[in-house]
Structures are given as C-alpha cells and as structure tokens.
Ligand binder design. Structure first.
Ligand SMILES: Cc1cc2nc3c(=O)[nH]c(=O)nc-3n(C[C@H](O)[C@H](O)[C@H](O)COP(=O)(O)O)c2cc1C
Length: 385
C-alpha cells in the first residue's frame, strides 16, 4: 500500500473579513466571575461564520492608551482560542516583525495553522508604537523596520519550507514516517538574525499561511509588492486607493509576480442607523461634538507631530509651508503622506480636523457598533493607522 500524504492543502478564499470583536468588552468581562473575556468574541465569530464571512481579523495595539483605546489582548492567542470554537472561518492575527523573532513567528503561525486546520493568516505590520515596551527605544527608522521585516519573512518562509514534500508521511500501519534527509537546516546568517533551522513543527496544513501586509509608506508598498498575498490598506478616497493599488501592482509586476497580485483590501468604517436620516444625524452629532482645540493637536500628530497649528484659522486652508519633510518622519509615513496631500488639496483646518478625528476614532467606533444588521449606513473616511 503506498504511503499517504497527511493532508492536501485546502482551497483558500478570502473576500470578506470582519473584526473579531470582543476586545473592548474584555474590561467589563474581566470583572465578571461568571463569564470569560472571550465570550463576546465567540459570539461574533459564530455569527460571522454563519453569515459566510471568510475571515476574522484581529488588529493590535502595543501601548496602553494608544488611539484612545485602553489596550488590546494578544492577537495570536486570541485567534488560537477562536480556532477551537469555529470550523471554517479564516483567522487573521496582526503581529509586528519589529518586536518578534522570526523563529518564534514561524512556530507561532505554524502552530495556529495546525490548531485551526489550515485557517491561519498573518497581518504583518512593522508598528510605529510600542518601542518602549520591547527594549527598542528609540523606534528604528522606517527603512530599518522594513529591512528587518523583509529578512524576517525570508527566514519564516525558509523555515516553513524546511520540511520538503515527503518528509512526513503516513506508513501503511497508520504511523508517521519521518524521512530526516528531507528536513534541511536553513543556516540563515543575515543583518538582523542568525537562524539555523529547520523548523521544529510538522509541515503546515497550508504549507504557508496567508500573508497580509499593512503599511502604506514607500517602504511598506515595496514590502507588500514583493511578498504579500493581500495588502490591507486604509485609504480615504477611491482616487487615492486606485493610485495606491496601481503603485503596488506595478512594483509587483516588475518583480515578476502574476497579474492581479497582491490582492488589495481596504478597511471600511461605517456609522449605522435604523434609517438613513438617523445615520446622517449620528454623523452630524459626532462632528458637532468635536473639540477643535484638541483637534489641532490631533491633526498635528497626523502630520508627524512637529507642526504648530495653534494659531491657524479654522476655515482657511493650511499653508503648505507647514508640511514636514516626509523623510524626517519616523512613525507613520503613509499617514503623514495622506494628510499632506489633503493640505495640498486645499482642505480647511476644520475639514482636516474632522478627517483626523475620523482617523483616530474610526477603529473604536467600528468596534462599538452592534453586530445586528441595520438598514442603512453613511460611510466616512477612517483608517486604522
Ligand atoms: C491598514 C493598516 C492597519 C494597521 N494595523 C496595525 C495594527 O493593528 N497594529 C500595529 O501595530 N500597526 C498597524 N499598522 C501600522 C503599520 O504597521 C505601520 O507601523 C505604520 O503604518 C507605519 O508604516 P507606514 O508608514 O509604512 O504606513 C497598520 C497600518 C495600516 C496601513
């Protein structure tokens, strides 16, 4: 009887993704002895799976109080737990390459792929916060973060591939047969890491989990174009999204990647109401509640943190001379780029503050909305970064 291969890779479909949810509520649940902090996430996961969503997504925040949120539980552990109460839905965990070692990353996502029977996906980020918690202060520059990310991916891929086809088979008696000659070290020695390998867990059900990348600067675009199956973006207008997609795809094509890759996902935040009027009223109320003095500081942050907007008139465009040199930004170059573009387009300070407010609160608001389908929505620009 011929030896059997343990698994054949399952087809992978990823069209609709929703937040795993549950994270903000964990603070109340943590105080409730009768419930688990995962309860609401399990409920959301069940509803999403029943509704036919392809994947659940868990973002990450590596600092207390960042973006106004109290915090975030660890995404990989979170989706690992959800893998045990779901069957088909994909599980996307956001994990930073700036603060993790590639051998651990290969094992952790490999283990998730096994735990979930081939449903793991990695949203790779390089992070612009959290350096003080990882012995990495000051935060390395964007080129250094992205160089480390690229080296990390080369290692992780080599580790996932370090068991060649046929290394692990099922013998006629149903027992695993290991052919050690097909399990090779990777002997990586690079700028950031030295990793001998091979990987110490069996080949993954998917061989390589789905790779998503989020980060919109020049360096981020290059990383996504080279490696990502999906680029997760947060772009405020269709025009900007089209340009961004064209830039990624043309770089990918120049690297010999097939047409139409990487796929591009865009985040979407909505304000829900029982009727169109209610949704519009909620949007107006939120805009009316903006504190424009605080908004000036928030917008300054969106522009890289060094501009002084305290004296600028609210209903006039900002002078372009205020714009920072993008190369001087160590944090979120992609976001500074978008806000600089708004300034060049002649948006008034008030409009810029409204856009900044949407950016800062979009993720929180989107998580707060109830899962129940309501009848209409008014979309607004908002993005995670
Ligand atoms: C759509 C999107 C989602 C992101 N989600 C996260 C996240 O959940 N956690 C995180 O640490 N960084 C996240 N980032 C931040 C990126 O990792 C990166 O640090 C930041 O965008 C700066 O890089 P950039 O200038 O290339 O965009 C996200 C970025 C984008 C564009």
């Amino acid at each position: 009887m011929p030896a059997k291969q343990p698994r054949t890779p399952r087809p992978r479909t990823l069209r609709t993704v929703t937040g795993a949810g549950g994270q903000p509520g964990v603070y109340e649940l943590a105080l409730d002895p009768k419930r688990s902090t995962l309860d609401s996430a399990i409920r959301v996961a069940g509803l999403a799976e029943a509704a036919g969503f392809d994947a659940l997504f868990v973002p990450d925040l590596l600092r207390f109080g960042a973006q106004g949120a109290i915090g975030a539980q660890e995404p990989l552990l979170y989706v690992a737990a959800l893998s045990q109460v779901t069957r088909d839905i994909g599980l996307i965990a956001t994990v930073s390459t700036t603060f993790h070692h590639p051998f651990n990353l290969a094992r952790m996502f490999g283990t998730l792929d096994h735990l979930s029977n081939g449903r793991a996906a990695w949203n790779l980020v390089t992070s612009s916060i959290g350096e003080e918690n990882y012995s990495a202060d000051p935060l390395p520059s964007p080129p250094a973060r992205y160089a480390r990310a690229a080296e990390t991916l080369e290692i992780v891929h080599a580790l996932w591939d370090s068991w060649q086809p046929g290394a692990l088979t099922l013998g006629p008696d149903g027992r695993a047969v290991l052919d050690r000659s097909l399990i090779k070290p990777i002997d990586h020695l690079g700028e950031y890491f030295s990793v001998a390998g091979p990987l110490n867990i069996p080949p993954l059900p998917q061989r390589r989990p789905v790779l998503i990348q989020a980060g919109q600067s020049e360096e981020g675009i290059s990383l996504g174009a080279r490696y990502a199956e999906i680029v997760f973006t947060s772009l405020p207008t269709l025009e900007i999204a089209r340009e961004h997609t064209a830039r990624i795809r043309s770089q990918a094509a120049a690297l010999g990647r097939p047409d139409g890759l990487p796929l591009i996902f865009s985040s979407f935040h909505a304000t829900y109401g029982a009727t169109e009027e209610e949704a519009q009223r909620l949007v107006r109320e939120r805009i009316d509640a903006i504190d424009y003095e605080q908004g000036r500081a928030l917008l300054a942050d969106m522009l890289g943190g060094t501009v002084d907007l305290s004296e600028a008139p609210l209903d006039q465009p900002l002078p372009q001379t205020l714009l920072p040199d993008i190369a001087s930004i160590n944090g979120r170059r992609g976001r500074v780029d978008i806000f600089s573009r708004y300034v060049r387009d002649g948006k008034t300070l008030r409009e810029l503050i409204i856009a900044a407010q949407d950016t800062a609160t979009g993720a929180k608001r989107a998580r707060r909305t109830s899962w129940r389908t309501r009848s209409s929505s008014a979309s607004e620009p908002a993005y995670w970064t």
